[in-house]
Design a protein around this ligand. Structure first.
Ligand SMILES: [Fe+2]
Length: 439
């Protein structure tokens, strides 16, 4: 939506005056998010946008459409009287997992959606964005403003997925094309060097965890509650590719004693010998990134990424350490950054690096890779899921998954906070997921 259109919204007869501050902030966050999704998909051809190279991933075109479906389904249908649905078939075609909302196509079929074409999906986005502007002109109720904020946060999650999915798609392509081939970008490791891990000590005790304050949070970050922690130490940086290579060279993937039983089963069933995008070349390794292939030696000081919980856990055992619990991580991170807002610092999407880079000073608990924790993804005491179909957003996944914290090099900075809980099943490897040791 152009600036001209935004300002004209203020002088229509339906307008009841400038937006309230929360609505204005949500509107600008929403517009920025919608624009950024298009920027992230700009390097992709229509053919790139069709690829679904593994069961977990979705085509980029689907992400463009599904995020729009979310806005249409959970904001415009409910809060814009007279809203005209763009295409009745899209109501179920782009539903991901909301069983109580509509029918849902099988996820594995998303790569077969050659229709609608990209052009039509982009028209769908424009239709929905225009309707949101109309809604904003009418000074929507607080509930609608909260949904706009949810819509922006949902789309930020899909921005990360769009990039992790296209990385898998390009890794699966024998040509191994780079998502970003900006020759002017220089890997920042040369100056940072191989910094040793320092151990950050925390006294433990009884503390409160979970979201607090007026800012946005997901339902799974509530209720705030008390947890007792023993004294603990956290590594000052993430485990590097070079360190993980030592685990491999020491037979890490061949020693059952290092693995959880389900992890050892996964090693054997999937033939794991290294993190997901590592390829053996002669005596060394080559690592595939959104910026193409790098020899291990060139990025050995950057955090290891695309490891499963099982690999993170086995590495920690091999190193004589453990993974932190999600509460240890949150307790440490709360001292590094506010619990809400966009002032979290670290190698996040906004840095433009698009891959994990060697640690810098001062150490940050955020960015580079999501960090597997030793905590199962469970409801906090007093947890209440949202009303209606949106109650399916987070709560129904609270079994068989582990919590990850901290955001990654493809997480928007405005999206992450100390209380944020990501979650994936323990064998998941296609995300930017890495290791921070604890003891
Ligand atoms: Fe979604």
């Amino acid at each position: 939506m152009s600036a001209t259109t935004q300002s004209s919204a203020r002088v229509t007869t339906e307008s009841t005056g400038p937006l309230e501050r929360p609505a204005s902030a949500a509107a600008s966050r929403f517009r920025d998010t919608r624009r950024r999704t298009l920027e992230l998909s700009a390097p992709l051809s229509p053919e790139d946008m069709m690829v679904q190279s593994c069961a977990e991933a979705s085509p980029a075109k689907w992400h463009l459409a599904h995020t729009t479906w979310f806005v249409e389904s959970f904001i415009l249908r409910e809060f814009l009287p007279g809203y005209r649905v763009f295409n009745e078939d899209f109501t179920w075609l782009f539903n991901s997992y909301y069983q109580s909302f509509s029918a849902i196509p099988e996820k594995r079929l998303r790569a077969s959606f050659s229709r609608p074409g990209v052009d039509e999906v982009l028209r769908y986005r424009e239709h929905v964005d225009h309707a949101i502007e109309l809604m904003l002109e009418r000074n929507p109720p607080p509930e609608a403003v909260q949904r706009i904020e949810l819509g922006a946060n949902h789309e930020e999650q899909h921005q990360e997925l769009l990039l992790t999915d296209i990385l898998h798609a390009f890794f699966s392509n024998p040509l191994r094309p780079a998502y970003c081939s900006d020759a002017s970008w220089v890997y920042p490791a040369a100056s940072a060097g191989g910094k040793k891990i320092e151990w950050l000590s925390f006294p433990g005790g009884l503390s409160e965890f979970g979201h607090t304050g007026d800012g946005f949070c997901f339902d799974n970050e509530l209720e705030r509650h008390r947890v007792w922690l023993e004294p603990f130490k956290l590594a000052s940086r993430l485990t590097t590719c070079g360190e993980f290579a030592e685990f491999i060279e020491d037979g890490g993937y061949e020693r059952s004693e290092l693995w959880l039983s389900a992890g050892w089963d996964a090693v054997k069933a999937n033939g794991w010998r290294a993190p997901l995008y590592w390829t053996r070349i002669d005596e060394g390794w080559s690592l595939f990134t959104l910026r193409g292939e790098y020899p291990l030696d060139a990025i050995k000081d950057s955090p290891v990424s695309q490891v499963s919980y099982f690999e993170a856990d086995a590495y920690a055992r091999w190193a004589g350490m453990r993974l932190p619990t999600e509460f240890e991580w949150e307790g440490a991170a709360a001292g590094y950054a506010p619990k809400t807002g966009s002032s979290v610092e670290g190698n996040l999407l906004d840095s433009g690096n698009l891959l994990p880079v060697a640690s810098c000073e001062p150490p940050s608990l955020f960015g580079d890779c999501w960090q597997w924790t030793a905590s199962a993804y469970l409801a906090y005491p007093g947890f209440k899921s949202l009303e209606g179909a949106l109650g399916e957003y987070n709560g129904k996944f609270m079994s068989g998954q582990m919590v990850l914290r901290g955001g990654s090099c493809v997480t928007p900075a405005a999206h992450i906070r100390a209380t944020y809980r990501n979650f994936f099943s323990p064998e998941t490897r296609w995300q930017f997921s890495g290791i921070r040791l604890a003891q």
